[in-house]
Write a protein that binds this ligand. Structure first.
Ligand SMILES: Cc1ncc(COP(=O)(O)O)c(C=O)c1O
Length: 369
């Protein structure tokens, strides 16, 4: 076993270079490099089919569809969301002049706890923005019931939930809109990239205007849109990666199984198992360290791993609500978010990607053991 080779937390899924070069030469021949080119159109169709969703609009990253979804639904005032996510979730609210209202998470899933949503609703609340953290589905029905009762919109940050299904139905069909990130670190990547999942043709049209400066035709601008179009080069790259993403997910599944077999039952280390009926994408493998029971804090273990060239990630630490932009908000206090604070202080996401071999996974396991 090579004990010195660096084990990174992730590694990008890259298309075969020769295949990519063939598509690049087609792009060079056509001289059409962005603005709804043929690879862009092909990727939208292929992804909608793969993900089992009605409509999809490609974006240049996973943050701009969040910002655009809020614009499209004219969300304002206050939005209920989770502190246990990547900062892009709430930054999207801030960029729209919307106040985030943090609600605590369910310690079993890391996702917003629907039972705590109602008490955070005020006359200013217009929407709920949950996150399927690590690709673990939120309690979709409970959230929708609350939204329906109070007349709220639901926008899912589904950045981690590529391909996740519950009983054969995509989680991306939940709520009013869902967004994806195709960043290099994700299960499926287009280098940088993202998408919005849309339920009807009219909304798809409007989203397509909004991501192209608001242009509805050559001479008509219908909204203060943004520029967030995906180009032909990354669309072609994305088409090739789509052909191999199932295999990559299966390889991740094998890594998760190896971790689970070895780490189950270690005192002070909590891991999650698959949820019955859910098709997981194995995008992350979080473990939770109880310092008292394990005999070492999360940080001690994290730095011990680092010493051995094993790079996990304390994802999500610090909580969004602890950053300077947000910590002054009334809902950001530790007493309002005990489960989120606890999880953020206990979590390490272990190395997880399609290229990890058995020996490398064993190296990670032996540090923890
Ligand atoms: C939960 C979540 N939301 C949003 C984003 C933003 O995606 P991107 O980096 O593609 O802009 C990320 C990605 O890193 C994320 O993890």
């Amino acid at each position: 076993m090579n004990m010195n080779k660096t084990i990174t937390v992730t590694s990008p899924l890259l298309p075969d270079l020769t295949e990519f070069e063939k598509l690049l030469s087609k792009i060079w021949d056509s001289r059409w490099i962005t603005n709804n080119g043929s690879f862009h159109m092909e990727l939208e169709t292929a992804l909608a089919q793969y993900l089992k969703v009605p409509y999809i609009s490609l974006f240049t990253n996973g943050t701009l569809p969040l910002i655009t979804a809020l614009q499209a639904l004219r969300i304002s005032g206050e939005v209920i969301t989770t502190p246990y996510s990547f900062v892009a979730t709430t930054h999207a609210l801030w960029w729209n002049g919307i106040k985030p209202v943090f609600v605590d998470i369910d310690p079993e899933t890391g996702n917003i706890d629907p039972q705590k949503i109602e008490s955070a609703i005020t006359p200013m609340t217009t929407a709920i923005m949950p996150v399927h953290v690590y690709g673990q589905p939120c309690k979709i029905k409970e959230i929708q019931d609350i939204a329906d009762k109070y007349g709220l919109k639901v926008i899912y940050d589904a950045a981690h939930a590529f391909g996740v299904e519950i009983n054969g139905e995509s989680v991306l069909n939940a709520g009013d809109l869902s967004t994806l990130s195709f960043h290099a670190t994700k299960v499926y990547n287009t280098v940088e990239g993202g998408a919005m999942i849309i339920k009807d043709e009219k909304t798809k049209k409007r989203i397509d205007y909004l991501k192209n400066f608001g242009f509805a035709s050559e001479t008509e601008v219908v909204a203060p849109g943004i520029n967030s179009k995906m180009d032909e080069i990354r669309s072609a790259y994305g088409l090739l990666n789509l052909q191999q993403v199932d295999q990559a997910i299966e390889l991740r599944h094998q890594v998760a199984s190896q971790y689970r077999k070895a780490l189950t039952g270690i005192k002070g280390i909590k891991i999650w198992n698959d949820t019955p009926g859910v098709k997981h994408n194995y995008s992350y493998f979080p473990i939770f360290v109880d310092a008292n029971e394990y005999g070492m804090t999360r940080d001690e273990l994290y730095f011990k791993m680092k010493e051995q060239n094993i790079f996990g990630r304390r994802y999500f630490y610090p909580l969004i609500s602890a950053f300077s932009t947000y910590r002054g908000l009334p809902s950001a206090g530790k007493d309002n978010l005990p489960n989120a604070y606890k999880m953020s202080e206990e979590v390490i996401c272990l190395p997880m990607h399609h290229l990890l071999n058995e020996n490398e996974v064993n190296r990670v396991i032996s540090v923890i053991k």
